[in-house]
Design a protein. Structure first.
Length: 362
């Protein structure tokens, strides 16, 4: 074990000092507990004491949080936890580069920013790639970030419409057994996309854009036979597509369009024995120019902290059962720099290919 040491940080601005410490020094206690160090605030100084490595890491967290606060970016207790996790993983990481990279939605007060390194990689990939696959557990922000970037692109007039889609297959239910007409049958499956959209803009404005067809929310089956030009397309819950459906979707992209494909292959609702279209697509398309793949892990969960622990528990159970999909996340922990993500300038997408309903290409 390293010799004990102390590190002192002086903050001249009283307002920054107060926000860095948190109410009743809450943020300092969080850092101390997670790193196993003692942190004390007195006057305008914060002193970190303990094991040498942990002290250096704690001081680095405090200095970077101070820099973020000086940029005018708010910091909450969950951000403090993420800051410790980020710098524990990569001491060279910059919290400013991750958190201050906001996606500004014009005409609204909404600003969306990455919360961790993999979210930062994901945002960069969506910006620079024609098609981006976001693969990982629930609660990692895959769909939410894609939705924010889609709305921002629409309001900047970078695209003319947004298309939100997901397969209407979940929890073993079939549409034919659900009550109501087609719209009433599919609406519950699309509700998470509506919820994310309502977070990005005024509900009434969103409703009008949907009525005009500028924002379209539809089940995946409705994409067949179409060519989507000047569009930002999001395919959510892609783990529930078959390889044939995924092929059909990816060949819908037309000129000046981009797509974000999100899903968690550990939560597929396909019939036993059926391969996920998401798993298949990533396996054959990763590395192609214009296609980005970002893998999230349970450490990237940004929902309630309990959700992260639940995901971790199921992950351990998956590993113990030696499920094949466990290997797909095995490399994710090592993907901490942009060199592991294909982020090349978008390439022109050829005209869409018609897909025969029986599964072949016309």
């Amino acid at each position: 074990m390293n010799d004990e040491k102390a590190s002192r940080l002086v903050i001249e601005d009283p307002s920054i000092f107060q926000r860095l410490c948190g109410a009743n020094d809450e943020y300092l206690r969080v850092i101390g507990r997670r790193l196993g160090v003692q942190i004390a605030a007195r006057g305008n100084e914060v002193t970190v004491r303990g094991d040498g490595f942990a002290v250096d890491l704690g001081a680095a967290v405090l200095k970077q949080l101070e820099a973020v606060l000086r940029r005018g970016h708010p910091v909450f207790v969950a951000d403090v936890v993420r800051a410790v996790d980020i710098l524990s993983t990569d001491r060279n990481a910059s919290l400013e580069a991750v958190w201050v990279d906001t996606v500004v939605i014009a005409g609204t007060r909404s600003k969306i920013a990455p919360k961790n390194l993999n979210q930062k990689l994901y945002v960069e990939a969506v910006r620079s790639c024609t098609i981006t696959f976001g693969v990982g557990p629930a609660g990692t922000g895959k769909t939410y970030l894609a939705m924010g970037m889609a709305v921002a692109a629409l309001l900047r007039n970078d695209v003319k419409r947004i298309v939100l889609t997901r397969p209407a297959v979940e929890a073993g239910e079939k549409l034919g057994f659900l009550p109501g007409d087609l719209a009433e049958k599919v609406d519950p499956y699309l509700r998470p996309l509506y919820d994310a959209l309502n977070d990005m803009m005024d509900v009434e404005r969103g409703r009008k854009l949907i009525e005009k067809g500028i924002i379209e929310v539809a089940p995946l089956a409705f994409m067949r036979g179409r060519t989507l030009n000047d569009s930002f397309v999001i395919l959510d819950e892609a783990q529930n597509t078959t390889p044939e459906q995924m092929r059909m979707f990816l060949t819908r992209l037309g000129n000046n369009s981009r797509a974000a494909v999100t899903g968690d292959i550990t939560q597929t609702d396909l019939d036993p024995g059926k391969m996920s279209g998401l798993e298949h697509a990533v396996s054959i398309l990763e590395g192609i120019d214009g296609i980005g793949v970002v893998r999230f892990t349970e450490k990237d969960v940004v929902r309630h902290p309990l959700v992260q622990r639940i995901v971790e528990a199921y992950g351990r159970d998956d590993a113990s059962r030696r499920r094949p999909h466990a290997q797909l996340y095995a490399r994710a922990g090592r993907r901490q720099d942009m060199g592991d993500v294909t982020t090349v300038p978008p390439v022109p997408v050829p005209a869409a290919t018609e897909v025969d309903p029986r599964g072949g290409v016309a």
